[in-house]
Design a protein around this ligand. Structure first.
Ligand SMILES: [Fe+2]
Length: 146
């Protein structure tokens, strides 16, 4: 059901945004400035989708979850309570980003099957944005060429 998929998406996007903000605050290393800025752009972009998802849930005449407790129950990515090394931060965000892309594809299928083309359009834009994040994360992780 689309509304349920969007509730999962809302919680998971929120969780991903918080994780990237955690990394923005706590990353360390010789490339600190680049990492700090990259994580800032990442969490802000991911967070920018949160309000729209919640409002789409309302247009479907369901109530939107809005607490850490509910987000914790609904999110399909793991939180991070430790401070990983920088490379592990990128690996973890890439894994999470792939989980979000799969979830967005599921949301897109639900939206089209329920004839909600406007929501499907929004989801397609999110897929574009998350795939761009995936490209950047993979690029940070690529070993230098000799
Ligand atoms: Fe900041």
């Amino acid at each position: 059901m689309l509304a349920d998929d969007l509730k999962t998406l809302l919680a998971t996007q929120y969780a991903l945004s918080i994780k990237a903000q955690n990394f923005h605050w706590n990353v360390e290393g010789p490339d600190f400035a680049q990492y700090h800025d990259f994580f800032a752009n990442f969490y802000e972009e991911v967070y920018s989708a949160v309000d729209k998802i919640a409002e789409y849930i309302r247009t479907l005449q369901e109530y939107s979850p809005g607490s850490f407790e509910r987000f914790q129950e609904l999110s399909i990515i793991q939180g991070q309570t430790k401070i990983p090394r920088a490379r592990l931060m990128f690996e973890e965000l890439l894994e999470d980003n792939n989980i979000i892309i799969n979830l967005l594809n599921q949301c897109f299928a639900s939206a089209t099957s329920e004839n909600k083309q406007g929501i499907a359009n929004f989801i397609a834009e999110r897929l574009d944005a998350q795939e761009k994040h995936g490209w950047m994360l993979r690029s940070f992780l690529k070993d230098q060429r000799a």
